[in-house]
Design a protein around this ligand. Structure first.
Ligand code: GDP
Length: 420
């Protein structure tokens, strides 16, 4: 076990090999229980297919895939020489934006998977854009499925060029990105340097993971716990559940739920089916608050200390980057904003400034419209109460994605909140 911890997002276009890569990382780092591998090894040998243990991991993932749309390889853990890694997100085929908002903002760094035979695809763009907006520090780009393109260096170079161009487009510092030709399926350049890529002499994927910068220590922000669901459990009563983003929750604390604007004393906290006296950032908890009924609170509420309650925005100012919009965005536009566990229609009340993306300077005051590729400061009015925080104070609760027509239109960071 390592003392140091990293939350890692695995992002990339569907079918480019994210699940396979996570399976491979679990396998190579010995994170699949030995008895499970042993069992599969025996089965494989009986069938005359020795050396297929890795297939076991993948079979399991395939089974999971059949059961649901999203392969739940999020929350898997593996340990390298330097870090304990938790996969905080691996976007499935749907809902990946919600995952990115709740996932990438917690992720310290990310692995971007790009299939060598397909190159940059729509979700590659979308994920890179969100990773950049939501504050991923470093990207490791696994150019995957090198086996499919016969380990051709020129194909690899083409993909590297294409991704580099994309990174520049979204102003991601390309010094913070490293490229590795891999095959998640065959295991090339994952744990050991591959003989199939003699033209590549830099890091393997595990070496690159070990070399990631250490994450910033968590902020000393007050308790913020976005509510994911609210259950009624016999013998206990109303049990809101969610993940603590910042701060600590203790039994006996006086808490407040916003924007529902109710509160009370924490009676019990449960984690992994056990009662605990307190819970910390990253903990998924269910808890019970004296006097709170099932209809008093809902998904999208944020729980915080009664004396430092979560902010509720009448309006807020934010910096947004428009990723893709078929036409132009003008004041009055009212798409759905996704922030932590909340989804609320919000009106862009005014477009205050357009920024020059390369310099960060104001390019135009009060522009009439913004469009794809533009960065701007805008004032936003939620159509229903929304709890959100300035990104400078509580970054975990300070970012959002704007969705419309089934796509991510823009993403942003909250600059200022004007409370009710
Ligand atoms: P995801 O949607 O990004 O999670 O992609 P998957 O991991 O489910 O992979 C999609 C398909 O590509 C599956 O059939 C995998 O077996 C295959 N695949 C993934 N990685 C590789 C690779 O490195 N080489 C080859 N040949 N196939 C791969």
């Amino acid at each position: 076990m390592s003392e140091r911890h990293q939350n890692l997002a695995v992002i990339g276009h569907v079918d480019h090999g994210k699940s396979t890569l996570v399976g491979r990382l679990l396998y190579e780092t010995g994170s699949v229980p030995e008895h499970v591998i042993e069992q599969h090894r025996e089965e494989a040998e009986e069938k005359g297919k020795g050396g297929f243990e890795f297939a076991y991991v993948m079979d399991n993932l395939a089974e999971e895939r059949e059961r649901g749309v999203t392969i739940d390889i999020a929350h898997q853990e593996f340990t390298t020489d330097e870090y304990d890694f938790t996969i905080v997100d691996c976007p499935g085929h749907r809902d990946f934006v919600k995952n990115m908002i709740t996932g990438a903002s917690q992720a310290d760094n990310a692995v971007l998977v790009v299939a060598a035979d397909d190159g940059v695809a729509p979700q590659t763009q979308e994920h890179v854009f969100l990773a950049r907006t939501l504050g991923i520090d470093e990207l490791i780009i696994g150019v995957n499925k090198m086996d499919v393109v016969d380990y051709k260096e020129s194909t690899y170079d083409d993909v590297v060029d294409e991704v580099t161009q994309l990174l520049k487009q979204v102003q991601f510092n390309t010094d913070d990105a490293s490229f590795i030709p891999i095959s998640a399926f065959e295991g090339d350049n994952i744990a050991d340097a591959s003989d199939n890529t003699p033209w590549y002499s830099e890091e393997t994927l595990l070496e690159a993971l070990n070399d990631l910068p250490e994450p910033q220590p968590p902020t000393d922000a007050p308790l913020r716990l976005p509510i994911q669901d609210v259950y009624t459990i016999s013998g206990i009563g109303t049990v809101p559940v969610g993940r603590i983003e910042t701060g600590v929750m203790n039994i006996g604390d006086d808490v407040s739920f916003q924007p529902s604007d109710v509160g009370g004393e924490v009676k019990t906290i449960e984690m992994h089916h056990e009662e605990v006296p307190k819970a910390e950032p990253g903990d998924n908890v269910g808890f019970n608050v004296r006097g709170i009924g099932k209809d008093d609170i809902r998904r999208g509420d944020v729980c915080g200390p009664a004396d430092e309650p979560p902010s509720v925005a009448e309006t807020f100012q934010a910096q947004v980057v428009v990723m893709q919009h078929p036409s132009v965005i003008t004041a009055g536009y009212t798409p759905v904003f996704h922030a932590h566990t909340s989804q609320v229609a919000c009106t862009i009340e005014s477009i205050d400034k357009k920024m020059d993306p390369s310099s960060g300077e104001v390019a135009e005051e009060n522009p009439d419209f913004i469009q794809s590729g533009d960065a701007a400061v805008v004032t936003i009015r939620p159509q229903k109460p929304l709890s959100i925080e300035p990104s400078s104070e509580i970054p975990e609760l300070g970012s959002f994605a704007i969705r419309d027509m089934g796509q991510t239109i823009a993403a942003g960071k909250v600059l200022d909140v004007n409370e009710k």
